[in-house]
Design a protein around this ligand. Structure first.
Ligand SMILES: O=C(CO)[C@H](O)[C@H](O)COP(=O)(O)O
Length: 207
């Protein structure tokens, strides 16, 4: 199980400051959608250049033009990128084909998906990783039915949305492959301590 830090709602320098503090305790660095909107994919390339041994996820949340959007993201050195499950299945398929060609990873973001018959289509499109993501505007959503449904599939599972040291256990029981934590680290008083605590809880977790 891996820990992914999400760099959201931060300035360019803050992203580098926080990364320099916590990089030893995380497995994947996510450059958040808003950060990419503000600074462009150049910040993904700059982080990867500084931390070549850490995987960088560009949370580009692709909705259309899957081939060109994903090619561009990988050209800027992303190791992983995201596409929205609500996009047309051809968009997802095109992103997956590009990810396979680059030898990189596509994560399909299931934000706001309520009809899980979609998972069969994702499988058919060659998808291997999905993210069960509770959005900032929907924190009360009950994700249990989604977790139960996902157990029937062998996707690599990322989980995201308001995860912190206090509620981590609630997510670990669903046995995700990657736990994504944004504000639980970036807004913590002691970011290094938060990252260390989360990483050791994840590493020590046994069902
Ligand atoms: O968009 C995201 C993942 O796809 C966010 O980065 C994720 O929700 C983590 O942020 P937080 O822990 O602050 O909720």
């Amino acid at each position: 199980m891996k820990l992914q830090i999400a760099l959201d709602r931060l300035g360019y320098d803050e992203c580098f400051e926080i990364t320099s503090e916590v990089h030893e305790h995380v497995d994947i660095i996510e450059v958040g959608t808003g950060v990419i909107k503000e600074y462009g994919l150049g910040i993904v390339r700059d982080l990867k250049t500084k931390y070549p041994d850490i995987s960088i996820l560009a949370d580009v949340k692709i909705c259309d033009a899957g081939k060109s959007e994903s090619e561009k993201s990988f050209e800027y050195l992303s190791d992983l990128i995201t596409v929205m499950a609500l996009a047309d299945i051809n968009t997802v398929r095109n992103c997956q084909e590009v990810a396979d060609r680059f030898g990189k990873t596509l994560v399909v973001d299931l934000l706001n998906i309520k009809d899980f018959s979609l998972l069969d289509h994702l499988k058919e499109a060659g998808v291997r990783a999905v993210s069960l993501h509770v959005g900032k505007d929907q924190r009360e959503a009950d994700m249990k039915p989604a977790y139960d449904k996902l157990k029937e599939y062998d996707f690599d599972l990322f989980v995201a949305g308001g995860i912190n040291e206090d509620n981590l256990k609630e997510y670990l029981k669903f046995e995700p492959d990657v736990v994504i934590v944004g504000s639980g680290i970036t807004q913590a008083k002691d970011k290094v301590d938060a990252a260390k605590t989360l990483k050791s809880a994840i590493s020590e977790f046994r069902l």
